[in-house]
Write a protein that binds this ligand. Structure first.
Ligand code: SF4
Length: 266
């Protein structure tokens, strides 16, 4: 594996781990979340999407390519451009997706090279990957940003297309290995924001570890509608509005009262 399929590289990211970071988005995801903001990141291959735009009376066709194959060294060269900012801010590199573990061999090489250059590394994962992948990357990963989207198994299948048992089992194994983990919970109205859902999170996390976790609540925003339209994809969350600020504060307070460190946003 000398190259990876990259969906995007975002420099000066401040919500994907500590300090100033470069986030490398690897293409491909095994899940199908109804609220996904980046539906064009799911396919593992580069995609050409045709857009139709109205210009006056005319319909004009334009094409955009999502994703490209990049040699691993080229990704590292890109990342190293901002090494000075990482050092000044306590930042580093975050590998996100899609799901970065979909390209596990390339991910291992990227992480190894980052460590060779003394960079702090984070992996932003949905957790739905074979355990051997986590085993491979853990020695080179300083921080896992781990999504716990829905704890109710039936709802998880309905809203993401996959069961959550593997995600939960991987999470528990990482905790056992004493990996450094911060949890990300996308708060989706009607899916995981009820009092009962919050209680499930508290019970699960308290039964998994006696250590306190840092939790990031990521409130749903209805911002991807236009993207779904342009991609000719069905937007299953079309009717959903943003989560009210008071509701997020309420969830934050419940989690804090249970002993967790909670932030809103990445
Ligand atoms: S895990 Fe992330 S990238 Fe994959 S479908 Fe869900 S929201 Fe989209």
């Amino acid at each position: 594996m000398s190259s990876v399929t990259v969906f995007d590289i975002k420099r000066f990211a401040v919500h994907d781990g500590p300090g100033i970071r470069t986030t490398v988005f690897l293409k491909g995801c095994p899940m199908d979340c109804w609220w996904c903001h980046n539906p064009e990141s799911r396919s593992s291959k580069p995609e050409v999407i045709t857009y139709l735009q109205k210009l006056g009376e005319k319909e004009v066709e334009s094409k955009k390519v999502y994703g490209k194959s990049m040699p691993i060294q080229e990704v590292i060269d890109e990342v190293l451009k901002d090494k000075i900012f990482f050092e000044e801010s306590g930042g580093g590199v975050t590998f996100s997706g899609g799901e970065p573990l979909q390209q596990v061999d390339g991910l291992v090489k990227l992480l190894q090279l980052c460590k060779t250059h003394g960079l702090h590394t984070a992996v932003d994962t949905c957790g739905y990957a074979q355990w051997f992948g986590f085993e491979k990357i853990t020695p080179y990963t300083d921080l896992f940003l781990y999504d716990l989207k829905v704890l109710d198994s039936t709802k998880h299948v309905r809203f993401t297309g996959v069961k959550n048992e593997l995600i939960i089992s991987n999470f528990q194994k990482l905790v056992e290995k004493q990996a450094n983990i911060e949890i990300r919970i996308p708060v989706i109205p009607g899916v995981n924001d009820a009092e009962d859902d919050v209680k499930k999170y508290i019970n699960f996390l308290q039964s998994t570890s006696t250590e306190s976790f840092k939790i990031h609540l990521l409130p749903y925003h209805n911002i991807a509608g236009n993207k779904y339209l342009k991609l000719h994809l069905k937007n299953r969350m079309e009717q959903l509005t943003d989560v009210p600020v008071l509701e997020i504060e309420n969830i934050k307070n419940q989690l804090q009262d249970a002993g967790f460190m909670v932030g809103i946003g990445g």
